[in-house]
Design a protein around this ligand. Structure first.
Ligand SMILES: Cc1cc2nc3c(=O)[nH]c(=O)nc-3n(C[C@H](O)[C@H](O)[C@H](O)COP(=O)(O)O)c2cc1C
Length: 212
């Protein structure tokens, strides 16, 4: 496929990874890309890498936030090795954004605030589903859901499960890829020049072009 879309010139790249990311995310949303905040998240496990899709709930100066079950494979991987990588793929625009960096757990308070905003069905699901564990059948899952529903009556807020929470990827590298005609794609990489580089601090990042 020949990508006849505007390229990504150094002169047009935003001066921080956060503003460039926000611009592309807004464009993906405007184009009604399904689940524009979905990212494939890779972790390092004892048997090698694992990758799965999660939703980025926030991308702010401090990093990329996602939520999950704290006993899941990804959580176990991260407990052993905090390094992770993620990619957002907005294929309708011939774009991807790759991030790499260490992952830190979010505090319980932050997770509880976010959990409280989730639809009740998702809250019940978080209590009922032993994510990534083998279960006997679909009926078994439905039974667990019914039990959780009975445990938390309709008029009572569903509390944060003990084994559910959030993480933040603190990127040290953010790469923007824009498909271009004749495979002359644009790749612009921000690399952090200092520890704890804020994604909205232009002085904290160096910019390079990579061969496609
Ligand atoms: C579009 C999409 C969004 C998803 N969002 C999440 C999410 O935000 N958190 C999560 O734990 N799993 C999410 N999942 C499910 C994960 O891909 C995965 O199946 C699950 O987290 C278990 O992964 P693990 O066994 O590697 O820990 C999502 C899947 C899809 C396809």
């Amino acid at each position: 496929m020949d990508y006849a879309v505007p390229g990504l010139a150094e002169a047009d790249v935003a001066d921080t990874p956060l503003s460039q990311f926000s611009k592309w995310l807004a464009e993906a949303q405007a184009a009604e890309v399904p689940e524009p905040n979905a990212m494939s998240l890779a972790t390092c496990g004892p048997d090698g890498p694992q990758v799965r899709v999660v939703l980025a709930k926030d991308v702010d100066p401090y990093g990329v936030t996602f939520y999950t079950n704290l006993d899941s494979v990804k959580a176990q991987d991260l407990a052993q090795d905090s390094r992770a990588a993620a990619v957002f793929a907005w294929l309708a625009q011939y774009r991807q954004v790759r991030v790499r960096g260490p992952v830190v757990p979010l505090g319980r308070q932050v997770a509880a605030s976010y959990f409280a905003t989730r639809p009740r069905g998702a809250q019940i699901g978080a209590w009922a589903s032993p994510q990534s564990q083998v279960i006997a059948s679909r009926e078994d899952l439905v039974e667990r859901i019914t039990e959780a529903e009975q445990r938390f009556p309709e008029d009572v807020p569903v509390p944060l499960p003990e084994r559910w929470g959030g993480y933040r990827i603190k990127p040290t590298v953010v790469e923007f890829w824009q498909g271009q005609p004749s495979r002359l794609h644009d790749r612009i990489r921000f690399e952090s020049l200092q520890a704890e580089a804020r994604l909205d601090d232009a002085s904290a990042w160096g910019l390079e072009r990579l061969a496609p």
